[in-house]
Design a binder for this molecule. Sequence first.
Ligand SMILES: [Zn+2]
Length: 98
Amino acid sequence: MNASKKCPQCGQWSRWTQNPSDRCEHCQSILDPVTVARQQARQERRQEEDQRFTIDFIRINPDEPWFTRFYKRIGLGFQIAFASIISLFLWLIALLAG
Ligand SMILES: [Zn+2]
């Protein structure tokens, strides 16, 4: 499906394939900068959330010797138990405060 869109930079009409990252045929500027910025912000937020999760929990590396993995697994179990207790507390506080 082909459409055309007026370039926000130079004001000329340019071919547009409904893709927000399409660029103007005349000045090479992005035809839909608002959507592109929104998509980038969403992507960055998702990456931040992924990073936060991997930092919070111990990463178990399969190349490590079995005892290291064993201890890490115990530590990870404690971390998950601790995280559940914390979230239970937060839930209780929210319940009591409300
Ligand atoms: Zn243009």
